[in-house]
Design a protein around this ligand. Structure first.
Ligand code: ADP
Length: 400
């Protein structure tokens, strides 16, 4: 069973082709700079070893990009025709309150995803472009939308409502939605496997720490709170996003610094976070600067980990009982120092890292808690594409 997963961004398309029967990635790739004079198409063929090719030429539209992906897959012999695909799974960032599960795409679903554009103006239009082009290119193949927000639709109202006038929710849909749901769900399932217990019996705090970052409180396998809000700006400190701040800062900047709404939006989304504090949004560089004695970088690390600690504490209180803390994402998976500092001082809560285990590097999931730690602490590589493929299969099997 072959499943193509597509993650269509505003000027890029990421893809992975899975053989779900053999549990293999057959090929993957990324087209960047669509619409610019020279696009870059990196393709990795994984049949019998890893063979990477790079093509640079103009790819004017997402349609051209998708056609090229089909061509490369055919030329490399991965598939002979798109009709060999059992389904195509599409990442969609915002499913609002309407989509609680992966959904087979038809015209009505396309219309609903379009309705969500005001909630995710940077993402949903690009996701839709990928869907529309794929529907044209392969009209007979089932296509499934998998939403970043869906996993968090189980959050109870007292956690997703903001303390704002009711009509802002009922008329303008202002509420917490949460993101990274596909990743939180995937690592939660992997944690259950690692712990040898059903997910429905587990309380977890999952920490997705990549360029964007979010925490989720998972009770009996279901998301009950998450740190990102109506947009991915709220919560943890991120590469360039500020996370939680006093909303009055926005008015103050307008009034006292003369910044427009758009300028504040750019400031908080693109010029804040680690980058705002110390000049770099790349965690490896932040460590390099801190190790060289840069005080701003040291402060950035301290603030970053302090915010994570606050969320672990808050979500521990939300859950009452905690089975495991799970680290994932580029930083969560690779940065032992961030993991150690984020869990520091919590031995009394039963959260205790073993520094030797924490310094382990390698493939796959591993535990980093000490033997005395009541709570398991796990490092689990995320795989959002695989999770989209798995959910796509589950969706088409349910429909058939
Ligand atoms: P995205 O959210 O774009 O998918 P990633 O999950 O790849 O991003 O995470 C990117 C972040 O991971 C960057 O800040 C990068 O510096 C950090 N990172 C990657 N490898 C390491 C490492 N070995 N040590 C510390 N940070 C790392």
């Amino acid at each position: 069973m072959k499943i193509l997963v597509i993650n269509s961004g505003s000027s890029s398309i990421k893809y992975q082709l899975f053989d779900m029967t053999a549990a293999l990635v057959l090929a993957s790739g990324l087209i960047e700079r669509i619409g610019e004079p020279q696009a870059l198409h990196r393709h990795i063929d994984r049949q019998g070893g890893v063979e990477e090719t790079e093509r640079k030429h103009a790819i004017a539209t997402h349609r051209d990009g998708l056609l090229e992906i089909g061509k490369v897959l055919r030329e490399s012999g991965t598939i002979h025709d798109l009709s060999e695909l059992s389904a195509i799974g599409h990442r969609v960032v915002h499913g609002g309150e309407y989509f609680r599960e992966p959904t087979l795409i038809d015209n009505e679903v396309v219309g609903r995803i379009r309705e969500m554009i005001p909630l995710a103006p940077l993402h949903n239009p690009a996701n839709l472009m990928g869907i529309e082009v794929a529907l044209q290119a392969a009209p007979d193949i089932p296509q499934v939308a998998v939403f970043d927000t869906a996993f968090h639709q189980s959050i109870p109202q007292h956690a997703w409502r903001y303390a704002l006038p009711e009509k802002l929710y009922s008329e303008q849909h202002v509420r917490r939605y949460g993101f990274h749901g596909t990743s939180h769900h995937y690592v939660a399932k992997q944690a259950a496997q690692q712990l040898g217990k059903p997910l429905s019996s587990l309380n977890l705090i999952t920490l997705h720490l990549g360029n964007g970052a979010s925490a989720a409180a998972i009770s009996q396998g279901r998301s009950v709170d998450t740190s990102m809000g109506m947009t991915p700006l709220e919560g943890l400190i991120m590469g360039t996003r500020c996370g939680d701040i006093d909303p009055a800062i926005h008015f103050y900047l307008g009034r006292e610094a003369g910044l427009s709404n758009e300028e504040v939006e750019t400031l908080l989304n693109k010029e804040s976070g680690l980058k705002g504090i110390c000049g770099s949004n790349d965690m490896r560089e932040v460590h390099r600067l801190a190790d060289a004695g840069d005080e701003r970088a040291r402060l950035a690390l301290e603030m970053y980990c302090y915010r994570i600690r606050k969320y672990i504490g808050a979500y521990y209180a939300v859950l009452g009982h905690l089975d495991a803390v799970v680290f994932t994402g580029g930083i969560g998976e690779n940065d032992a120092r961030t993991r150690a500092q984020s869990c520091a001082g919590m031995t009394a809560l039963g959260i205790d890292i073993d520094s030797e285990k924490n310094s382990h590097r390698g493939e796959g999931a591993f535990a980093i808690n000490s033997d005395a730690s009541a709570v398991s602490i796990l490092v689990i590589p995320t795989d959002e594409e695989l999770e989209i493929a798995l959910q796509t299969v589950a969706c088409i099997e349910e429909e058939s």
